[in-house]
Ligand binder design. Structure first.
Ligand code: PLP
Length: 348
């Protein structure tokens, strides 16, 4: 079971939720307006093919809308991929600190998870390729990955793809693509366009600030999009989501605001945590993985209790194979500074 980031603090203490990589900037105001307009037609079923939303995505990203599928969060699409391409006896590969939904989706499809070692919190292409067998059907790769925040340059993704046979589908989960500021990074669009066995998933839950509405999408080759459309529910994306997602996708100014905020605070938070003597895995996303000291009273579990009492809720990542780390989402200025000063007090 996937356990979401918690948000319980003592009564009377202001909550700063930094546990689910949600946007401190919130959604585009145009998305909010679009939702209120959508409420006037709630007796009608939504457009079962999310046409407006697919067209908005296609326009902004320069894609063919027929190669896009929308889902109830990208989690739904990851599940559809597993259900479509995996059955009993098949194997799906992902890395040891990979996103937990890959394991859940693989097991739910009755297939076998194959977990591959990472190299210093980073996906290791050679290790993934070494784990491929004739039973491998899917490789799930989050790029950048959650909760590590690390990424693979596009050259590494190309090398990974080149090593796979055509019966293996490469799923590139680019949930945090908009945040990445690296010249050697690509979300995977070109990889999808040039190949028949690569699909990229994206989400409105992170930088678009619309996690509550559950909107994800995938760009893939026509045969894969057709297959996913055959297995999805007929109205898998609701009308409010279609309306808000379309408006949010077109609001490039709002997107830019969120990017600028993250650029500034990702660096500030990382530097400040390191100045406190904590090890931080270098992140290109909107969160950082913070490693605590193996000292009684100063561990991640201790820090978690201390911070939660003061209203700062980070994410325990034991389930991701990090028993002594916490993942901190880049939040508002107030939340970031508050967490940093509480951590300073905790470590003193
Ligand atoms: C948050 C996240 C998602 C997004 O899930 P949604 O279902 O679209 O909210 C997908 N992949 C990764 C790696 C994530 O961290």
């Amino acid at each position: 079971m996937y356990i979401p980031g918690k948000s319980k603090v003592p009564v009377g203490v202001k909550l700063h939720k930094l546990s689910s990589n949600e946007s401190p900037i919130g959604p585009s105001p145009h998305a909010v307006t679009a939702i209120s307009e959508a409420t006037s037609k709630m007796e009608d079923y939504p457009d079962g093919s999310s046409t407006r939303l697919r067209e908005a995505i296609a326009d902004v990203h320069g894609l063919n809308a027929d190669h896009i599928i929308c889902g109830n969060g990208s989690d739904e699409i990851l599940g559809l991929l597993a259900n479509t391409y995996l059955s009993s006896g098949d194997e799906a590969i992902f890395t040891e600190h990979g996103f937990l939904v890959y394991r859940i989706a693989t097991l739910a499809a009755g297939a076998t998870p194959v977990v591959v070692k990472e190299d210093d919190c980073k996906a290791d292409v050679d290790a993934i390729l070494a784990a491929v067998t004739p039973n491998t059907k899917l490789v799930f790769l989050a790029n950048p990955n959650n909760p590590t925040g690390t990424y693979l340059p596009i050259e590494e993704i190309r090398r990974l793809h080149a090593g796979l046979t055509s019966h293996v589908v490469l799923v590139i989960d680019a949930a945090y693509a908009e945040y990445v500021r690296r010249n050697d990074y690509e979300s995977g669009i070109e990889m999808v366009s040039g190949n028949l066995n690569v699909i990229m998933t994206r989400t409105f839950s992170k930088i678009y600030g619309l996690a509550a509405l559950r909107i994800g999408w995938a760009y893939g080759p026509r045969h894969m999009i057709d297959a996913l459309n055959r297995v999805r529910g007929p109205f898998n994306v609701n009308a409010a989501a279609i309306a808000a997602g379309s408006a949010a996708m077109k609001d490039k100014k709002h997107l830019e605001l969120s990017i600028v905020h993250n650029d500034e605070w990702l660096v500030k938070v990382t530097d400040a945590l390191q100045a406190l003597g904590l090890k931080v895995t270098p992140s290109v996303g909107n969160f950082v993985l913070v490693h605590f000291l193996e000292i009684e009273g100063k561990t991640a579990a201790d820090a978690n209790v201390f911070l939660t009492q003061r209203g700062f809720v980070l994410r325990a990542v034991t389930g991701y194979g990090f028993p002594n780390a916490l993942r901190m989402t880049i939040g508002s200025e107030e939340a970031n500074l508050g967490t940093l000063s509480a951590l300073k007090e905790f470590l003193s």
